[in-house]
Ligand binder design. Sequence first.
Ligand code: MG
Length: 267
Amino acid sequence: MLYLFSHLKELRKKIEGRYLFLFLDFDGTLAPIVKIPDKAIISREARNLLGLLAQKNNCKIAIISGRALPDIKKRLGLRNIIYSGNHGFQIEGPRIKYKLPVSLVYRKTLQQIKGQLERELYGVEGVSVEDKKFSLALHYRLAKKKCLKLIQAVFHEAVSMSLIKNKIRIRKGKKVLEVNPPANWDKGKAVLWLLASQQFALKREAVLPVYIGDDVTDEDAFRVLKRRGLTVFVGSPGNSAANYYLKNPKEVIKFLRLISNLKNGRS
Ligand SMILES: [Mg+2]
């Protein structure tokens, strides 16, 4: 993996004159990770930058988050951009709407698991169960270390039967365990779907997809774009499938500013 700012010259060449389709994760990418997920906010500068970029006729922006769709929309509050919630299960934007169909059985299973988690983890400090409608998230960033084993055991017990019966899928994120629909769908598939569905609107211009993300769930997107796009991992370089890395959300904003300047003909 290459440090993005050490390869600016070649990147400039790649970006200049191309139509950019910018895919951005939210937590840990645009907004710093915080102890209480509900407190995560994007800086005013970053928000303004995204707003500016979205207005340009050679740039499109999609936020691809694990958060519920209304949550992520509220956090950005920008029109003219595409929002995808629940790791790509829901997509909404100007003239776009997609919702992965889920069965009643799945919804019931989710409620059952939610009930079990809440009962069994009652009184355990620092854990919370978030109902994202399409999925469930068990957050444990604030939990004491000595409780982690218990939390994981309770989670696995609650999901094991449904998992065996293929009623759900589970996913691990940063200090979060998630229950998702049993579909073969992820952030990577959502990105490919968006690229395909926007092809006509993009008038077959040479589109350069750029994906920036920090979590395990972003890896699916890095993999599908590995050859055709620019992929950027946020964090200390490790086993990511991305081509480049940036150290933190601050550097992501710096990179967005650079793109914005390039699009204005300044560099
Ligand atoms: Mg993230």
